[in-house]
Design a protein around this ligand. Structure first.
Ligand code: AGP
Length: 608
C-alpha cells in the first residue's frame, strides 16, 4: 500500500508532488521520494529518503523550477525501510514509482540478467531495470511498457519517466488503484487517489487496467496494449479539500470520529423512502434480495466487524443462514454458496486486495454480489454486480471509524430490505427499525459528550500491557472492533472475548489494574454479563462498563460506568463503537503516539 503521484504542466512540480504526497501518506509513510526533469540537465533528478514526507521536503532543493515529475510515499513490502529502497527507482534512462507487488521479480531478474543493475532490495527496482532493458531496445516509451507488462506478474500502478522524453509521464496499472486528471489551465495528474490533487481539480477518471496513459502539459492520451484509443468516464468528486484536511482537529481520527453523525445521515437518507429501505437509487433491484436463501459477508479488519453486526441482525431477526468470512481465508476456501446466495463484500477503500479477490471467487458461484464501499469507482465497487456507496467522505486516519458506523448503518438497511422482500419483516416492523436508525446520529452526538471523561479514564490505560473487551452476542462483535481500535493505534495488546468464555482459561490473565472494557447492552443476557464482569472485578481488573443503565453505584461491578442513550439493543452498536473509538484515540495520544499513522500499518492493504 503506497501512494503515487505524477504531474506535468504549468506549476512547479516539487510543490505539487510533496503536497500531494502529504495527502497520500495515509497509504504508507516509511519513506518518500520524487523524480523530475530539470532544464538543461541530461539526467532525471532524484530526491528520496527514509522517513516521512516532511523529511523528504528537507532533502529537496529550496528552489526547483521543474514542472514535470513523479513522487511516491512507501509502505515497505519488498526490502526494509531505507533511502536505497525508497522510490522512485532510477535505472539507466528510466525512473519508476510503483504501488503493488511484482511477484515474479526474481524470475525477471534472472531471465533478463538484471542483477548488476540493482542497488536496492526492492521488486520495484527490478521493474525499472526491466523497463530500461526494453527502452534500450525500442527507444519507445509505449512499446517499452507493452513489452514490460507482458513479462510482469502481480499488481502494479506504475508512474514512469523516460530520460529522452522530458515533460512526459507514462502510467499503467493492474489491480493497484490509479486515477488521472487533466485541466488545460493546470496540466495532467496521475495518483493513487484523488486526495493527492483535489486542491487543483475535482474532476478525474479511473485509469483502466492495462491502459497506457501518456501525460504531457497538453493532455492525457490513453490507449490499450494493442494501441487502440481508450476514452475514460470523467467523474467529479463530491467532497472538497477541507474534507481531506484536519479542519482544526489535532488528528484526522478525532475529526472523523466527530463526523459520524453527519456521515451516517448522508449515507442512510438516500436509501429511505416513506420510512422504508429503498435501494432503487443504487440500482439494486428487489430481485437481488428475492428468494435469497443465505448470505455470506466477506471483508477484512474493521469492515469485517461491521459485517458481523449485519450478520447478527440477518440471523437473529430474519432467521436466514449467514456466514462472515475473513477475505484472506475465504478466497482460498471452497465456499458453500450458489445462485441463491447473496454475497456482500465490505470495504472502505474498495482496494483491499484480499477482499477484491474474494469477490472474484464469489462471482464464480452467484450473480448476487454487492459491495459496500466508501470510495467511488474503486476496484471492488467496479468488480461487484451491485454497489452501495457509503457517503462518509474521505477517511484518512488509518484506524477506521466513520467508515465502520456507515457500513453498519448500510448493513442494517440492507437487512431490513432483505427481510421485507422475503416476507420476514412486516412493513410496520421495517418502518419502526428505520425510524430508530434515523435517530442514531443524534444519539451519537450525545455520546460524543463523553469525550473528556473518556480522555480522563484513558490515563489508566496508557501503561497497560494487555486489555480485554468483553460482551455477549452483538456486544461481543462490537468488542472485536473496540479491541482492534485500541491495539492498532496504542500498541497495547487488546483482545475481544465472549464474556461467558473468560472463565474457561483467559481469566487467568486478569490481575490488578488490567483494563477490561465490558459491554452490557443486550438485555436478554444482561445479568449474565454482569456476573461475568463481577468475576473480573473480583480479581481487581480496572473495569469500564458501557451499558444503558442510568447509573451503577456498585463497586463490585465497575470502576467507571458510561451510560449510553437507551436505543434498541441492536442499535447500541453505534454508541458503543464511538466510545471504543474515543478510548483507542485518547490512549494512543496519551502514549504520545500518532493515531493517524500507526507503525507498520497503512490505510489501504493493496498487497496480500
Ligand atoms: C481498521 O481500523 C484498519 N485500518 C483495517 O482493519 C481496515 O479496516 C482493513 O484493512 C479493511 O480495509 P478496507 O475497509 O479499506 O477494505
Amino acid at each position: 500500500m503506497c501512494g503515487i503521484i505524477g504531474y506535468t504542466g504549468k506549476l512547479e512540480v516539487q510543490n505539487v508532488l510533496i503536497n500531494g504526497l502529504s495527502r497520500l501518506e495515509y497509504r504508507g509513510y516509511d519513506s518518500a521520494g520524487i523524480a523530475y526533469f530539470r532544464e538543461n540537465q541530461p539526467h532525471i533528478s532524484l530526491r528520496k529518503t527514509a522517513g516521512k514526507v516532511k523529511d523528504l521536503r528537507a532533502v529537496c532543493d529550496k528552489v526547483n523550477p521543474s514542472t514535470c515529475g513523479i513522487g511516491h510515499t512507501r509502505w515497505a513490502t519488498h526490502g526494509g525501510v531505507s533511502t536505497a529502497n525508497a522510490h522512485p527507482h532510477r535505472v539507466g534512462k528510466v525512473a519508476l514509482i510503483h504501488n503493488g507487488i511484482i511477484e515474479n521479480y526474481a524470475a525477471i531478474t534472472n531471465k533478463f540478467n538484471l542483477a548488476d543493475e540493482l542497488q536496492s532490495e526492492t521488486d520495484t527496482e527490478v521493474g525499472a531495470a526491466l523497463l530500461n532493458h526494453f527502452y534500450e531496445e525500442t527507444h519507445d516509451p509505449k512499446e517499452t511498457i507493452r513489452k514490460a507488462v507482458a513479462e510482469i506478474k502481480g499488481s502494479f500502478a506504475f508512474g514512469i519517466l523516460f530520460e529522452d522524453h522530458p515533460g512526459e509521464i507514462y502510467a499503467v496499472r493492474n489491480v493497484s488503484p490509479m486515477v488521472a486528471s487533466f485541466d488545460p489551465k493546470i496540466g495532467a495528474f496521475i495518483a493513487s487517489d484523488v486526495t493527492a490533487f483535489i486542491e487543483h481539480t475535482n474532476r478525474y477518471f479511473v485509469v483502466p487496467e492495462y491502459t497506457i496513459a501518456s501525460l504531457s502539459p497538453e493532455g492525457i492520451a490513453l490507449e490499450d496494449l494493442e494501441g487502440h484509443p481508450v476514452t475514460p468516464e470523467i467523474m467529479t468528486v463530491d467532497w472538497d479539500l477541507t474534507a481531506a484536511e484536519k479542519d482544526g482537529y489535532p488528528h484526522f481520527m478525532i475529526k472523523e470520529i466527530h463526523e459520524q453523525p453527519a456521515a451516517i445521515t448522508r449515507t442512510i437518507t438516500p436509501r429511505i423512502k416513506n420510512d422504508l429501505p429503498d435501494f432503487s437509487g443504487d440500482q439494486v433491484p428487489d430481485d437481488f434480495f428475492k428468494g435469497a436463501e443465505n448470505v455470506t459477508i466477506v471483508a477484512c479488519g474493521t469492515a469485517m466487524y461491521a459485517g458481523m453486526v449485519g450478520a447478527e441482525f440477518i440471523q437473529n431477526h430474519l432467521r436466514m443462514p449467514v456466514t462472515v468470512s475473513i477475505a484472506s481465508e475465504f478466497r482460498y476456501s471452497q465456499p458453500v454458496i450458489d445462485k441463491n446466495s447473496i454475497v456482500i463484500v465490505v470495504s472502505q477503500s474498495g482496494e483491499t486486495i484480499d477482499t477484491l479477490e474474494a469477490l472474484k471467487l464469489a462471482k464464480q458461484y452467484t450473480d448476487r454480489t454487492l459491495s459496500i464501499v466508501n470510495v467511488k469507482e474503486s476496484s471492488i465497487a467496479r468488480e461487484s454486480h451491485y454497489v452501495v456507496y457509503t457517503h462518509a467522505g474521505p477517511e484518512i486516519a488509518v484506524a477506521s471509524t466513520k467508515a465502520y458506523t456507515v457500513q453498519v448503518a448500510t448493513m442494517y438497511l440492507l437487512g431490513f430490505k432483505l427481510g421485507l422482500v422475503n416476507g420476514r419483516l412486516t412493513e410496520d416492523e421495517a418502518k419502526e427499525r428505520v425510524q430508530a436508525l434515523k435517530a442514531i446520529p443524534g444519539h451519537i452526538e450525545e455520546v460524543l459528550q463523553y469525550e473528556n471523561q473518556v480522555k480522563e479514564l484513558t490515563s489508566r490505560m496508557v501503561n497497560a500491557q494487555d486489555a480485554f473487551y468483553i460482551g455477549r452476542g452483538l456486544d461481543y462483535r462490537v468488542a472485536m472492533e473496540g479491541a482492534l481500535k485500541l491495539k492498532e493505534i496504542s500498541y497495547i495488546h487488546a483482545e475481544a472475548y465472549a464474556a461467558g468464555e473468560l472463565k474457561h482459561g483467559t481469566i487467568s490473565l486478569i490481575e490488578e489494574g488490567v483494563p477490561v472494557i465490558a459491554i452490557a447492552n443486550q438485555q436478554k443476557v444482561y445479568e449474565k454479563v454482569i456476573s461475568n464482569i463481577r468475576e473480573v472485578k473480583a480479581r481487581d481488573a480496572f473495569v469500564i462498563l458501557i451499558s444503558k443503565d442510568k447509573e451503577i453505584n456498585d463497586p463490585t461491578v465497575c470502576n467507571v460506568h458510561l451510560s449510553i442513550p437507551d436505543v434498541p439493543d441492536d442499535l447500541t452498536v453505534f454508541e458503543t463503537a464511538v466510545i471504543c473509538q474515543l478510548i483507542g484515540y485518547y490512549t494512543s495520544v496519551g502514549k504520545g503516539l500518532d493515531p493517524d499513522q500507526p507503525r507498520n500499518l497503512a490505510k489501504s492493504v493493496t498487497v496480500e
